[in-house]
Write a protein that binds this ligand. Structure first.
Ligand code: NAP
Length: 253
């Protein structure tokens, strides 16, 4: 696919995207690649999906690396940063990897709570910490954390997930304050209801109930989120930091 030159506004940059094999992360990998960025992305275990995404990114004319690495492990961050350095540095980090383990709080195990926090929140902290040094040295960088409308409004059955996504907003704003003077911007995106494997797994009744709460009366597509991320990591957003951008058809108003 040929991309108009005016869209190649990330040419030569190197991006790390966690959870890039499927869904929203895949769309982000391809959007950043279409804009000229070389991309290193992680995945949990779906090697076939990761290879498909990697090949699709390279078909756009950039270098792409897929690395199996659990974001909840502190070592994963160093592996991804090393891979990005091999491609030239770390300009962009998108903390996208996320999981759900839904249950009403009364029935939720401590393990279900901790696993979601470890992947969605602690993993983002490890990644952000690992990219800070190279970004500070370069006195430039852009980080986007994938929150959720659920992190702002809450959702029955998701105390673990909502806590992780609300935590990401606190992380985003605190880190944005710490590193703005070093030329690094940190923002969050809060998607509403996006059509991916994650939402496909929802029971039909829950899907219908959620759809009824969306003013736009439609699910979003992964590309809708990817466009918002691509804007936030670009120089067009150079004066934007510490923000939470809803991509939700009005659901989060
Ligand atoms: P998805 O379709 O389930 O894909 C999840 C991705 O994350 C996959 O690439 C998966 O890799 C990877 N992953 C999962 N656990 C990981 C781990 N421990 N380490 C590394 N990678 C891991 O999810 P999605 O719907 O695209 O969601 C992406 C992000 O957007 C998540 O943070 C989610 O919370 C957030 N979000 C989604 C929605 C929505 O409506 N879909 C709404 C708001 C926010 P494998 O392919 O190897 O499994």
């Amino acid at each position: 696919m040929e991309t108009p030159a005016m869209q190649q506004n990330l040419a030569g940059k190197v991006a790390i995207v966690t959870g890039g094999s499927r869904g929203i992360g895949r769309a982000i990998v391809l959007e950043l690649a279409a804009r000229g960025a070389n991309v290193v992305f992680s995945y949990a275990g779906n090697a076939a999906a990761a290879e498909e995404t990697r090949a699709a990114a390279e078909a756009l004319g950039v270098a792409a690396r897929a690395i199996q690495a659990d974001v909840a492990s502190a070592d994963a961050a160093a592996t991804l940063v090393d891979a990005a350095k091999e491609l030239g540095g770390v300009d962009i980090l998108v903390n996208n990897a996320g999981i759900t383990r839904d249950k009403l709080a009364a029935r939720m195990s401590a393990e279900d709570f901790e696993a979601v926090i470890a992947t969605n929140l602690t993993g983002a902290f490890y990644m952000a910490k690992a990219v800070l040094r190279p970004m500070m040295r370069a006195r430039s960088g852009a980080i986007v954390n994938m929150s959720s409308v659920v992190g702002i409004h809450g959702n029955a059955g998701q105390v673990n997930y909502a806590a992780s996504k609300a935590g990401l907003i606190g992380l985003t704003k605190s880190l944005a304050r710490e590193v703005a003077g070093a030329g690094i911007r940190v923002n969050a995106v809060a998607p509403g209801f996006i059509a991916t494997d994650m939402t496909d797994a929802m029971p039909e009744a829950a899907r219908e109930a959620t759809l009824a709460q969306i003013p736009a009366r439609a699910l979003g597509e992964p590309e809708d989120v990817a466009h918002a991320v691509a804007f936030l990591v670009s120089d067009d957003a150079h004066y934007i930091t510490g923000q939470v951008l809803g991509v939700d058809g009005g659901m989060g108003m």
